[in-house]
Design a protein around this ligand. Structure first.
Ligand SMILES: Cc1cc2nc3c(=O)[nH]c(=O)nc-3n(C[C@H](O)[C@H](O)[C@H](O)COP(=O)(O)OP(=O)(O)OC[C@H]3O[C@@H](n4cnc5c(N)ncnc54)[C@H](O)[C@@H]3O)c2cc1C
Length: 324
């Protein structure tokens, strides 16, 4: 018998909780209002009291702390073991994880061990009267929005795309904290963290102004970086540019990247596939430049410029530099 509980694996680095974990909690507070399901945040490691309190304030009714020094650094071996043990003894109805590097790595193995289904990269989440979660995921090259349900196996599992949902903070929210100490004595961790280097990259979901480059800009993003610098904007790219190593993965916009909420977005040489446009649906004003007047991106733009970015961008940069 499953418990009327939806679990969220809370990802954190030291005292900093990943936004996506808080966004999932936020969405669940809205769903849980009408359904009577309890929201449970699962925190791993030796997290401070302040972290646990934040998880409650962002929406959890209960926090389970799996307390162990060895869980302070993410490890697929250890995390999948302790979460498997806990979920197999407590039977939550659903278990959700952010679609981050660690979330994607963890979710697949955990779902396989729990013998349940896994929806990847959900960008929508609803619940029917029986507590069946309906995960929305773009499918068939983004042409349709598939609704995925896991009818029989439990827990229902999904990873959720960062930047999709809105955080809900309530300072006065009260909740319970349960501390468990997992037995890890028999578990071999095949990966050992020797050193952790934190590279601070811009969180694209918080950008006010973004310039996004696609295949049409060629194999070099230095020009759009220059334009971004001159206009005080951040840089994003489509997936092919991240795949080819032209730009870091943290800059990818779209279904398997980040969702923008920029007030002003300039899109250069992007064809406008659904996998990309799902990442700009919450943007304010969108201006696009594409050489092809039939480009799909124009159907998602407020201002459309037909032209060659390799001519327009240098000309704009020149003008801006003259103005300086
Ligand atoms: C499961 C899955 C997940 C995916 N997730 C993502 C994702 O998160 N993000 C993402 O972006 N994609 C994603 N994709 C890929 C996506 O389907 C598209 O292939 C991709 O978005 C296309 O990138 P693009 O628009 O840069 O390139 P293209 O489709 O090649 O488009 C290039 C555009 O540039 C224009 N152009 C060419 N030269 C010039 C020029 N000189 N000046 C002006 N315009 C020019 C062309 O007319 C064209 O419109 C995913 C695909 C799959 C299957």
């Amino acid at each position: 018998m499953t418990r009327k509980e939806i679990w969220v694996v809370v990802e954190r680095i030291d005292d900093e909780i990943e936004d996506v974990s808080l966004e999932i909690l936020g969405k669940l507070t809205v769903l849980a209002k009408s359904s009577g399901y309890k929201i449970v945040g699962i925190v791993l490691g030796t997290a401070k009291e302040t972290v646990l309190r934040e998880v409650i304030r962002y929406g959890a009714d209960r926090v389970i702390l799996l307390k162990h020094e060895r869980l302070n650094e993410y490890s697929n071996d250890l995390y999948s073991k302790v979460l498997f043990d806990l979920a197999s003894s407590e039977f939550p109805t659903a278990l959700l994880i952010g679609a981050t590097y660690y979330g994607r790595d963890l979710a697949g193995r955990l779902a396989a061990r729990l013998r349940t289904g896994l929806t990847a990269n959900a960008i929508n989440l609803e619940m029917d009267e029986e507590g069946l979660l309906i995960f929305g995921v773009p499918a068939y090259g983004g042409k349709i929005m598939a609704e995925i349900v896991c009818e029989r196996a439990r827990p229902q599992m999904s990873t959720v795309r960062p930047g999709t949902f809105t955080k809900v903070y309530d300072r006065d929210r009260k909740g319970e904290t349960v501390e468990l100490i997992p037995d890890l004595s028999s578990v071999q961790d095949r990966v050992r963290v020797i050193e952790r280097k934190v590279t601070k990259s811009k969180d694209l979901t918080k950008s006010e102004r973004t310039i996004v480059g696609g295949n049409g800009i060629g194999g070099d993003i230095s020009l759009i970086r220059k334009l971004a610098e001159l206009t005080n904007s951040d840089v994003g790219v489509t997936r092919p540019l991240a795949d080819k190593g032209i730009a870091p993965r943290e800059l990818q916009v779209g279904t398997t990247g980040y969702s923008l909420k920029s007030k002003l977005t300039l899109i250069l040489g992007v064809s406008g596939s659904e996998h990309f446009t799902s990442g700009i649906r919450d943007c304010g004003t969108v201006i696009s430049i594409d050489i092809d007047k039939e480009s799909e991106i124009f159907n998602h733009s407020d201002y459309c410029v037909v032209g060659d970015v390799s001519e327009i961008v240098p000309a704009v940069i020149k003008k801006l530099e003259e103005k300086r």
